[in-house]
Design a protein around this ligand. Structure first.
Ligand code: GH3
Ligand code: MG
Ligand code: MG
Ligand code: MG
Ligand code: MG
Length: 314
């Protein structure tokens, strides 16, 4: 089953990759009809902090996949009832799992099997007998690439806060949770005041720098579980699970004070003090979906602008 223990340099290389990537907390789902292989993978992967979900019956694959939402799956090629190749094809055609990395274990490395493995949409394969360090590094590299792509797809490139796509997903999850547990959720829209002036007076690059500083301040200020995102242009949103409008208003006013105190640009004789206006809505009283919550918050934002800006209204 197992090739001889690898030399210490190899283990050192694995350690380096893991230190670089911080992917050790990943959940890895392994499907193999051979229980010995499952045990072997446990001994290889668990010491690196990976959490394993092992499955010897491929017929339980879909239920397990939905329940455990792994970061990567490892599939055996030959199993009773269903081959790993068939499973991989279905995974790739399901939008929920199409981005999930799939790695194969196979005893057959003939060109036809290898071709079928990759044609099914696999990302990589490891041949049996399994060599521990090779398996670990292949898995870690794959997790690293996936994480990188995910970060790029979810992050606003200018400010580093979440982008619209990511925040819409997150808000959707929180709304489900709020409904299930009968909890409030507070949505705030923040729009920088007279931001066109920043660009006109100091140039676009300075405008960009202000947006970056503003994003940083928001990330510093809100809880890690809050949804902080750039919705577009000089407009940001914050979603606060479990918070009422009243609590949200209080926190946004604190942020406004910080911005008033900390954010300004331009030379002393031509200083621009950054301010923002914000509107707030609350689930469920102002709306039950993102669109209606957004609409209500946007109305409040409009009123805040109308009232002279640099204020928060609910
Ligand atoms: P108001 O107080 O009514 O919101 O005034 P405003 O000037 O902020 O609003 P307006 O919608 O007229 O202008 C928004 C400005 O934000 C114009 C646009 O050039 C600028 N902006 C949007 N995105 C970016 C960006 O990524 N970088 C920079 N530098 N400016 C941006
Ligand atoms: Mg098998
Ligand atoms: Mg504006
Ligand atoms: Mg505007
Ligand atoms: Mg705007």
């Amino acid at each position: 089953l197992e090739k001889p223990v690898p030399p210490s340099q190899v283990m050192e290389a694995v350690t380096q990759v893991l230190q670089r990537t911080h992917t050790t907390e990943a959940q890895v789902m392994v499907v193999d009809d051979d229980p010995q292989i499952l045990t072997l993978l446990r001994t290889f992967l668990e010491p690196w902090g990976m959490r394993l979900i092992t499955l010897s019956d491929p017929q339980r694959f879909w239920d397990t996949l939905e329940l455990s939402t792994p970061d990567l799956i490892v599939l055996d090629v030959e199993m009773p009832h269903m081959s790993g190749i068939e499973l991989c094809q279905v995974v790739r055609n399901d939008p929920r799992w199409s981005g999930l990395p799939v790695l194969f274990l196979t005893g057959h490395t003939d060109p036809e099997t290898v071709h079928q493995v990759f044609a099914s949409g696999a990302d990589d394969y490891v041949s049996k007998p399994i060599v521990g360090p090779e398996l670990v590094t292949r898995i870690v590299n794959r997790l690293e690439r996936t994480q990188l792509l995910r970060n790029m797809a979810e992050t606003d490139a200018l400010t580093g806060v979440a982008n619209r796509r990511k925040s819409t997903q997150e808000l959707g999850k929180y709304l489900h949770q709020a409904e299930r547990h009968d909890r409030p959720l507070c949505l705030a829209i923040l729009d920088l005041d007279r931001f066109k002036q920043v660009n006109d007076r100091y140039g676009h690059a300075t405008g960009d720098a202000v947006l970056r500083q503003f994003g940083k301040l928001l990330l510093r200020t809100f809880r890690s579980e809050d949804v902080v995102a750039r919705w577009g242009g000089e407009e940001f949103i914050v979603g606060m699970y479990g918070m009422t409008k009243h609590e949200g208003l209080k926190r946004l006013n604190q942020v406004l004070q910080m911005v008033n105190h900390d954010l300004s640009v331009g030379p002393p004789e031509d200083r621009f003090y950054v301010t923002f206006s914000a509107g707030i809505s609350e689930y469920p009283e102002d709306g039950k979906d993102i669109q209606s919550l957004y609409r209500t918050a946007d109305k409040a934002l409009y009123q805040a602008k109308d009232r002279g800006r640099n204020c928060v209204l609910a």
